[in-house]
Design a binder for this molecule. Structure first.
Ligand SMILES: [Zn+2]
Ligand SMILES: [Zn+2]
Length: 188
């Protein structure tokens, strides 16, 4: 295994592998990607560290490795901004599309879901890296597992303050009903 950087990545411009310059077999690379290079500057504000192994067999290029980065998120309960360190696996198998369908039986392995097509000359990692970062964003980010969220009445961040509404707190799922029945009191 060798450790080196792509010169073109070093220069900060692009994440492109010129396939015929890659050695046959395995090579490994560690490098830094600026979030803006892959269009995720809204999600990540520190450089992304990439550690990948590239396996080339003629025009077939397999990329596996990890991306380490820090996501900037907003908590879905208390709306505070927070950061989350993530290490995500990255896999992409680059193939040149074949002109004709072979008569052979095709057995789809799990891995083949990661197949990406390219023109046979340049493998561009930009999309793979961008997707990896975007897919790492949780659907409902939480600043912490037990985040108490905002008070539905006065809006204070209940991780930081305790308001007086607390005693009369009503499950927010019932609030919609209370809103409909204007003339009823919300109970105790
Ligand atoms: Zn929170
Ligand atoms: Zn309150």
């Amino acid at each position: 295994m060798t450790k080196q950087c792509f010169s073109y990545i070093k220069s900060g411009a692009m994440l492109k592998l010129i396939v015929n310059t890659l050695p046959q077999g395995e090579s490994s690379f560690n490098f830094i990607v600026e979030p803006a290079q892959i269009g995720v500057e809204n999600l990540v504000n520190e450089p992304i560290s990439a550690s990948i192994v590239v396996f080339r067999q003629n025009k077939e290029v397999d990329v596996r490795g990890t991306l380490s980065f820090v996501l900037c998120l907003e908590c879905s309960r208390c709306l505070e901004r927070f950061t989350l360190s993530v290490e995500e696996e990255v896999t992409g198998f680059y193939r040149v599309p074949e002109g004709e369908v072979k008569g052979e039986e095709v057995v789809l392995e799990e891995e083949e879901l990661d197949i990406l097509v390219y023109d046979g000359e340049v493998v561009d990692l930009t999309g793979l890296f961008r997707d990896t970062v975007i897919l790492a964003v949780p659907l409902k980010p939480l600043c912490r597992e037990d985040c108490k969220g905002l008070c539905p009445y006065c809006g204070v961040n209940r991780n930081k303050e305790q308001c007086k509404c607390e005693a009369e707190y009503i499950d927010p799922r019932w609030r919609a009903l209370l809103d409909i029945k204007f003339d009823e009191e919300g109970g105790k």
